[in-house]
Design a protein around this ligand. Structure first.
Ligand SMILES: Nc1ncnc2c1ncn2[C@@H]1O[C@H](COP(=O)(O)OP(=O)(O)OP(=O)(O)O)[C@@H](O)[C@H]1O
Length: 615
């Protein structure tokens, strides 16, 4: 009794699916397979006229196979047994012809399926990528980049498996089942009926396993996202990891996710490998019964030897697609888990959307107004901005200062409409940002960040990024205005020098001047400078300041700075504390008031001389 219990327990553990372990990426919501097909069918639609041809080849394969096997019956019953060798040459010729036909069909089938599948992936992946670019920053703040990338690359391919390759295999199996069952019935219907008694057993086993395989496959997909997420985080912070000697911890973290993936994969493999021998056993039972019944029929003279032989071969062929179901199930569920991960993101709506009646910003004056703006980040407990108002017009500079976390960068994000205010409004030239097209809004606001964004391309491409289609003269003029022309000319290939990943080949100050040139060429009416001189020494900052002043002249500028020295000549200074504007006025006013600004100023820069807006 104990032994039986022990065995049962061991078996239960063997077929246990993968549980959802702790992981950095959450599982995507479950989506029914029908819905998956409905969602992704449009990507296969342009190739639908090829699908009948694919189906034709898929069906032709088993038909040729059935005919080839039939040749054995003719060989045994018409040639070997009656010793009528005159027919042998024809049988051999037919056999060779069928083999050739099978070769051609296999080639066409594989080529065409791969072509349609490949086109499907290109279309779906591009649409998915385009969708991601429509999503608001809130999405990118929340999701892990590595996981997003794993969805763009791996999960998209999984869907192709489900929609096309998997379907083609499934259809091919159905055709094989049909052809071989028909052949069995044609040969001897009583024997055929007997051989089919195992079908319900096959069905029950498949059903039992499929549920578990599904769980394991979903877990595996999720883990693949986690591996991507951890790898991306860890490798993109390689400098930090090395500086703090955290390599071992990072490797351990990565290893943990891989272990989880391994466990999920092994659960699926265990299930799959257990499924195959079980199916073999059921199959064996079928074969034994058929041999016994066939021998009886042979003895009764109702079946020829060739007939029985071919019957057995057909039976083997009939069971082969049934055996194939296990691997098909695994890839099918893995694919639908991949599809769920894609659908989860496709269903993500941008939190910032363009109204249908959004208008282009035409007359560009360049005046930004914040009118009682309050905003709380999704999931944040307290508001990042509360009742913030200010206005800045052409030629004016508004400086936002305040302690870390006060909401300064949030103001910059609202100006580009990366987020919408919960209450109040942000206006550009009198238009609420929500009434403008996103394109025209962003064309009119140039952003300069503390971490300068430079792409891995040439200097020229990096500057022209600000204005697609800019001429070489325009690029050069912008570079001159940004005091960048001289150092660019000194680079090995001048404007055609490649700046390396993230602009590594340039110094911080040079990168910043490239960014200024990019903003120059954009020629936007409003400038947002988020910590433009952070990380630069006094000399480099001064080199950046000069062109920056040129860039700012005549434009409405909002400058965000921790460094109170860089803001003292701004037209107006707004002190933000805990999301609220607590003080405002000119540098002199605020010093006189002896409030937070004066305290901070005296505390940090008692005798500094650097100035943002110079004479
Ligand atoms: N994406 C986000 N999701 C949730 N909360 C956020 C997000 N970004 C910022 N916050 C929170 O909003 C508040 C304001 O952040 P913000 O980045 O605007 O401050 P800041 O004044 O620019 O700070 P710093 O000077 O350090 O850059 C902070 O409390 C911060 O934790």
């Amino acid at each position: 009794m104990r032994l039986v219990k022990g065995l049962r327990e061991a078996f239960r553990r063997l077929v246990a699916g993968a549980g959802e372990g702790e992981s950095v990426v959450a599982a995507a919501p479950v989506v029914p397979v029908g819905e998956v097909f409905r969602r992704f069918w449009p990507h296969a639609r342009p190739y639908r006229r090829w699908l009948p041809l694919v189906l034709f080849f898929v069906a032709l394969g088993p038909a040729i196979e059935a005919a080839t096997i039939w040749m054995y019956k003719i060989l045994v019953d018409e040639v070997l047994v009656p010793r009528d060798f005159g027919l042998l040459i024809w049988v051999l010729l037919a056999y060779a012809g069928l083999q050739l036909a099978e070769g051609i069909v296999t080639f066409c089938d594989e080529y065409l399926s791969d072509w349609v599948g490949g086109r499907f992936i290109v279309s779906l992946r591009t649409e998915f990528f385009a969708h991601l670019h429509k999503l608001s920053l809130a999405f990118f703040d929340r999701e892990r980049l590595g996981d997003v990338m794993s969805r763009v690359t791996d999960d998209v391919e999984e869907i192709e498996d489900l929609m096309l390759s998997g379907m083609a295999s499934a259809i091919s199996y159905v055709f094989q089942l049909l052809f071989f069952t028909a052949a069995l019935f044609y040969l001897n219907w009583q024997l055929a009926l007997v051989s089919l008694f195992v079908v319900p057993l096959f069905w029950l086993t498949a059903r039992h396993f499929s549920r578990k395989i599904k769980t394991a496959a979903r877990e595996e997909r999720r883990r693949s996202g986690s591996i991507g997420a951890v790898a991306e985080e860890s490798l993109s912070n390689a400098a930090l990891v090395q500086a703090y000697n955290r390599q071992e911890e990072e490797v351990a973290r990565f290893h943990r996710e891989n272990e989880g993936s391994f466990r999920a994969q092994m659960a699926a493999t265990r299930l799959g490998s257990l499924f195959a021998p079980l199916i073999n056993m059921i199959e064996l039972a079928g074969v034994i019964v058929v041999i016994a019944f066939g021998a009886y029929q042979l003895s009764q003279g109702r079946l020829t030897i060739g007939g029985l032989l071919v019957f057995m071969v057909f039976l083997g062929q009939l069971y082969s697609p049934i055996r194939g179901i296990s691997s098909l199930l695994t890839s099918f569920y893995s694919a639908s888990a991949g599809a769920e991960r894609i659908i989860e993101f496709l269903d993500e709506e941008p939190s910032v959307t363009e109204r249908e009646d959004a208008v282009e910003l035409r007359a560009k004056e360049g005046r930004v107004e914040f009118d009682a703006v309050s905003f709380r980040y999704p999931d944040a407990r307290k508001p990042a901005l509360e009742d913030v108002s200010f206005s800045v017009g052409p030629g004016e500079t508004l400086a936002l200062v305040g302690p870390s976390g006060a909401g300064k960068s949030t103001v910059a994000k609202m100006m580009l409409r990366f987020y919408d205010p919960d209450s109040g409004s942000v206006r550009l030239d009198g238009h609420d940002l929500r009434t403008l097209t996103l394109r025209s809004l962003r064309e009119n606001v140039a952003l300069l960040l503390q971490e300068t964004l430079v792409f891995d391309g040439t200097v020229r491409e990096n500057i022209a990024y600000g204005k697609p289609g800019a001429t070489d003269d325009e690029v050069e003029a912008a570079a001159k205005a940004a005091d960048a022309n001289d150092f660019i000319r000194a680079l090995p290939e001048g404007y055609d020098t490649s700046v390396g990943q993230k602009g590594r080949l340039l110094s911080g100050g040079q990168r910043q001047r490239i960014a200024i040139a990019r903003a120059m060429i954009r020629d936007a009416g409003v400038l947002v400078l988020d910590e433009p001189t952070t990380g630069l020494d006094a000399e480099s900052s001064e080199k950046v300041m000069r062109p920056l002043r040129r860039l700012m002249s005549g434009r409405a500028t909002v400058v965000i700075s921790h460094n109170l020295m860089t803001v003292r000549e701004a037209t107006e200074i707004v002190v933000l504390e805990d999301g609220r504007a607590t003080e405002r006025g000119s540098h002199a006013d605020l010093l006189e008031r002896e409030g937070s600004y004066a305290r901070l100023y005296k505390l940090h820069h008692p005798d500094a001389t650097e100035r943002l807006v110079g004479p």
